[in-house]
Design a protein around this ligand. Sequence first.
Ligand code: FES
Length: 88
Amino acid sequence: MSLGIEARAVREVTLDGTGPLRLDEDDIDEEYGDIAVCRCGLSEEFPLCDGSHRRTDGEAAGVRYKYVDGERRRVEEIRLVAAEDDTE
Ligand code: FES
């Protein structure tokens, strides 16, 4: 299965889960009769799709974005900072 992100825009997403969420028949969308898993990372119902992916319309290929308080921002640079334990 390809995630299809090679030529697309990418998003920085912050997740705080520490384990799996098991889906069951209660997660089936009554309107569509299926379970849609979010791949954009913007869903308020994550890991289920809630339609928030529509906010990604207009993202440019090769650009990295982060959504903060509903606002789309371009990420120009990612800097990694060493933890204190790494500097000793
Ligand atoms: S794919 Fe993320 S909200 Fe639909």
